[in-house]
Design a protein. Structure first.
Ligand code: GDP
Length: 296
């Protein structure tokens, strides 16, 4: 991820820092190249545009151009604005609510939702020392319910027993009740994966949300799908009110556009990233570290 973008930017900035003195036109020309590199990395058009405007308004002033190392100052401004675009601070999962804290997991089928649910459950159990209960609400796909049970066992986290014939809302209610009675700290509800932004399933997820009153509503989105992932996030956020996003397949060789524009387009933080198929391939999302990686 980001390799191509990173190579392009380092080419642009190497040329810029080598030159010593810079004119306004030099800076503008470099920023046009940066904009092109962002668009090639599949960053949303409005995000690339606003990013370049912000950098330009800080970089084209006399202070930068007349400084001893104007090229380096431009690179520093790009770095700072990149961090701001990615969300500035790392934001983890918020568990600051009365137990049992509900976490609603939503996303398209195949995005990695069920795997990510297990990954998060493992992390909350091992690192945050919380007692977690998992429940699958995917009533249409018994195999998905089974998959969560298997993954739960693998990570040592309890799953709500499967009762055939219950609706998603009924399961959600049962999960919250079981968590209250059983003294669990966290309940993770894995909603039905959908192939498209299906209205019936969206309605179902909204009903589940109303019943479970989750503290976190996390969208799992596949970073390899680029701008589609961003559009998916906008749609889910509009209907369900997301509290955060988990981007999966960050280990793949995607162009990085989803990771780069997600925050700016949706206003919602990327809280975690999936970096592999294994149950511990989950990492915090640190905007500054990502910016450092991109800028080499
Ligand atoms: P769901 O349909 O959204 O619940 O998707 P699954 O959780 O079943 O995941 C679909 C496939 O993607 C599985 O083979 C997972 O192992 C894989 N997967 C999930 N997250 C990641 C990730 O971060 N990186 C990679 N490489 N594979 C992932």
């Amino acid at each position: 991820m980001f390799d191509n973008l990173s190579d392009k930017l380092s080419g642009i900035f190497n040329a810029l820092t080598k030159r010593g003195a810079l004119s306004e036109e030099d800076v503008n020309a470099a920023l046009r190249e940066v904009r092109r590199a962002l668009l090639e990395a599949d960053v949303a058009l409005e995000v690339a545009r606003s990013f370049i405007d912000k950098v330009r308004s800080r970089a084209v002033g006399a202070e930068v151009i007349k400084s001893v190392t104007p090229g380096q100052m431009v690179v520093k401004i790009v770095h700072d604005e990149l961090v701001a675009m990615l969300g500035a601070e790392a934001e983890g999962i918020d568990l600051e609510a009365p137990a049992p804290v509900g976490i609603l997991m939503v996303g398209l089928q195949g995005s990695g939702k069920t795997t990510t649910t297990a990954k998060i459950a493992k992390r909350l159990t091992e690192k945050a020392k919380r007692r977690v209960l998992l429940a699958s609400l995917d009533t249409r796909r018994p195999a998905a319910m089974e998959q969560l049970a298997v993954l739960g066992k693998q990570v040592g986290v309890e799953t709500l027993p499967i009762v055939a014939g219950q609706s998603a809302v009924q399961i959600a209610r049962r999960a919250m009740e079981a968590a209250r009675l059983g003294g669990f700290d966290v309940v993770m509800l894995d909603t039905a994966g959908r192939v498209t932004l299906d209205e019936a399933l969206m309605l179902e997820a909204a009903e589940v949300k109303a019943v479970a009153q989750p503290h976190e509503v996390l969208l799992v989105a596949d970073s390899l799908t680029g701008q589609d992932a961003v559009n998916t996030a906008k749609a889910f956020d509009g209907r369900l009110g997301l509290t955060g996003i988990v981007l999966t397949r960050m280990d793949g060789d995607g162009r990085g556009g989803a990771a780069l524009s997600m925050r700016a387009v949706t206003g919602k933080p990327i809280k975690l990233v999936g970096t592999g198929e294994k149950v511990d391939a989950l990492e915090d999302f640190h905007p500054a570290r990502v910016a450092n990686r991109i800028l080499g």
